[in-house]
Every structure is written in structure tokens, then in C-alpha cells.
Design a protein around this ligand. Structure first.
Ligand code: NAG
Ligand code: NAG
Length: 354
């Protein structure tokens, strides 16, 4: 662009000998000249006397000039501009480039101007001044931004304004995982440095199966965040753990799946035992079984005295062992001396137990 402007301005100077010889020298434009007066106008060299020639002098048109006369050179160092002579000499018709330093421009908005050495020994045009480039002119560039399509703004909460030279930060709307780079840079050419990330919806994997139980939910390969799964145990099994779990936003279930615990057979036949504070014969208990977690209190005989003491055991998932001190009475003991069974004799006094 600079180059084209330079050519244009060269053309506009219209001061070259070739233009003159081609008869293209402009008519003198009176009133257009600024701080100088035009030399005498002419049509032929003969009009100008022996020391001068009839040459094209820019806006002055054909004028009587002394071709050997020179314009001031070197010029004092210009503020904010570089001066460069484009011609081998600084005499009539020589060209001088005035180029503003980076960040400075002429009042015309251009950053360079060509001046021509005129017949009055002055460089053409006004004294150029380079001033600091207006920030207003840079502003449109600063507001350039990178595109953010609707499907991207719908999917993410975006921090930052997507303008050229800045970073933005993405975060997925609730419950979704971000896959890819969570930050992006808007490049000079208004494109993003990285592809936009994607939001992957979070799911929970099916909860662990519960042996002897049921998962009360539509069977799925994955469950959405917030989905509840309920559990039930088969008959005679006791639920150990949560009755319900919820799919959390991080893809985990709120609790581990429960267990369905089985009942225990009471390991005594010919003694009463205490279950839930009630002393009972095992055969009077349904199926002679207690549920998981139930405490069963057994009666043991004092090693030396004719009194009993108790020892409790807990049913755990089908396992209930009698305490070491418990002795199962024989069938004869049970049949012939039922009142002398350990579970039926007096309890030892606390002081007897020392
Ligand atoms: C999911 O979140 C819960 C509760 O905030 C936490 O206890 C659990 O450890 C998390 N699970 C994973 C895999 O991060
Ligand atoms: C069984 O005994 C333990 C310990 O004494 C107690 O924590 C638990 O609650 C009891 N279980 C029942 C079902 O009473």
C-alpha cells in the first residue's frame, strides 16, 4: 500500500523532464502555490535568457529555471522522521522522501511524503510534521475478536471477552466434564489457538449388584446425575446399608450398594436362649432362626457352682457361633431333668462370678 501511494505521489509531482517533453506539464495554477512565488512562465528556452531553461516546475507549470541550482541539503535532522534523497543530487527536480518514524504519522494519515526540489530552490509542499499515531486509529484493531459460535456459548460459562490477544476460560454447565483445553487464546488473525473443548455429560455406572436382593430401577447401562436407585432384599434377608443411592455430579454413587444379609440358625436346641430380651426355646422361634444383626444370649454353667451366667453372640450374615462356655444338654438331660438344664437354674450372683 505504501508503495502504491509512493507511486501515486510521484505521479502527482508531475515535475519530471519526461512529462515535460511529453507536453504533460500542467498549466500554472495561480493561487495554488503556497509560500513561494513561481519563476517566470515560459514556453521555450529562448524565453528565459542564457542562464535559464524553460522547464516544468510542478504546479508552476513551465517556468524559467536554472537547472543547476540546488535545494537545501543536508536538511536539519527532522523530529520523528527520516529524510532520504531519492535522486543522485539535490538540484532542480530532485526527490526527497520524508518518512515518519514507527508510531508516527503525517497529518494526512500517511507515514511518508515525497518532496520535489522546485525552481525557487525550495522543497515542495509544507514542512511535514510527524505526530504520534492516534490511539483512536488503533482502537478498532483492539476490539477485533475471535468468533464464539452459539453452540459453544450455550455449552460453557465463558470468562473473558474473546478479543484479539487475550485468553478466555471455559467451564461446563453443571454436571458435565470438560474434555480438552479449558483455556484458549485469541490470535492476531482472529482465530483460536486451540479447538474449543467439549462438555461430556457425567453418568454413573450401574451400581454393584446386590446378592439376594433387587435393584429397584429400570436397568440401564448408565444413569444420569441425580438419579436414585433403590434396593430391596429377598424374603428372610436383611438390608445392611443404604436403602437408596443417588448418582452424584462426579459420577459416583452417594453410597456403596448395600448387602442383603441372611438369617442365622440358633445353635442351641435343648436350652432356652434370650432373644430381644425374651427367654425362649429355639423351636418356638420361627424356623429356629434369627435375623442378621440379632443378639442371642446363651446360658452357661458356673464351673464350680450350681448357677448360670450369660454370654451373648451376634448373628452376622448366616454365622452365629455359640459361646465357648455353652454346652448343649444331652437328650437324656433334656428329657429327664428339664428343670436342671443350665438355662433353667438360678443365675449366679455377681459376687459368685469373681
Ligand atoms: C464424588 O463426590 C463425593 C462427595 O462429594 C466424594 O465423597 C467422592 O469421593 C467423589 N468421588 C470421586 C471419584 O471423586
Ligand atoms: C447387639 O449387641 C450389640 C453390642 O452389645 C449392640 O450394639 C446391638 O445394638 C445389639 N443388636 C440388637 C439387634 O439388639
Amino acid at each position: 500500500m505504501d508503495c502504491a501511494l509512493l507511486l501515486l505521489s510521484l505521479w502527482a509531482l508531475a515535475g519530471s523532464a519526461s512529462l515535460q517533453t511529453a507536453g504533460l506539464c500542467p498549466e500554472r495554477l495561480l493561487g495554488q502555490e503556497r509560500r513561494r512565488t513561481c519563476p517566470r512562465t515560459c514556453t521555450l528556452d529562448q524565453d528565459c535568457g542564457s542562464k535559464r531553461q524553460c522547464l516544468c516546475d510542478g504546479q508552476c507549470g513551465l517556468s524559467c529555471v536554472a537547472p543547476g541550482r540546488t535545494c537545501p541539503w543536508p536538511l536539519p535532522v527532522a523530529e520523528n522522521a527520516d529524510l532520504r534523497l531519492l535522486s543522485p543530487t539535490h538540484s532542480f527536480s530532485a526527490l526527497l522522501e520524508v518518512r515518519c518514524k514507527p508510531g508516527f504519522t503525517l497529518s494526512s494519515g500517511l507515514d511518508a511524503v515525497i518532496r520535489r526540489c522546485q525552481g525557487d530552490r525550495q522543497w515542495s509542499g509544507d514542512e511535514p510534521t510527524c505526530t504520534e499515531a492516534q490511539t483512536a486509529e488503533l482502537e478498532p484493531e483492539e476490539t477485533l475478536s475471535c468468533p464464539l459460535p452459539q453452540d459453544v456459548t450455550d455449552m460453557f460459562n465463558i470468562q473473558g471477552n474473546a478479543s484479539v490477544g487475550t485468553w478466555i476460560h471455559y467451564s461446563c454447565q453443571s454436571g458435565a466434564d470438560l474434555v480438552g483445553s479449558s483455556e484458549n487464546f485469541c490470535q492476531e488473525n482472529q482465530t483460536w489457538q486451540y479447538p474449543h473443548p467439549i462438555c461430556k455429560k457425567v453418568f454413573c455406572q450401574p451400581p454393584r449388584d446386590v446378592e439376594f436382593g433387587y435393584v429397584v430401577a429400570v436397568q440401564r447401562t448408565e444413569y444420569e446425575v441425580g438419579f436414585d436407585v433403590h434396593f430391596l432384599c429377598k424374603k428372610n434377608f436383611l438390608l445392611d446399608g443404604p436403602q437408596k443411592v443417588t448418582c452424584l455430579s462426579n459420577g459416583s454413587w452417594s453410597k456403596a450398594s448395600p448387602h442383603c444379609r441372611t438369617r442365622c440358625l440358633i445353635p442351641a436346641e435343648r436350652s432356652r436362649v434370650e432373644i430381644g430380651g425374651v427367654k425362649r426355646w429355639p423351636f418356638d422361634v420361627t424356623d429356629a432362626m434369627v435375623p442378621h444383626g440379632e443378639n442371642v444370649t446363651f446360658f452357661c454353667k458356673h464351673p464350680n457352682k450350681m448357677c448360670s451366667y450369660t454370654a451373648a453372640q451376634t448373628c452376622f450374615d448366616g454365622l452365629l457361633h455359640p459361646p465357648a462356655c455353652y454346652l448343649e444338654p444331652t437328650w437324656l438331660q433334656y428329657k429327664l431333668f428339664p428343670h436342671r438344664l443350665v438355662s433353667e437354674i438360678e443365675a449366679c450372683e455377681p459376687e459368685e462370678m469373681d
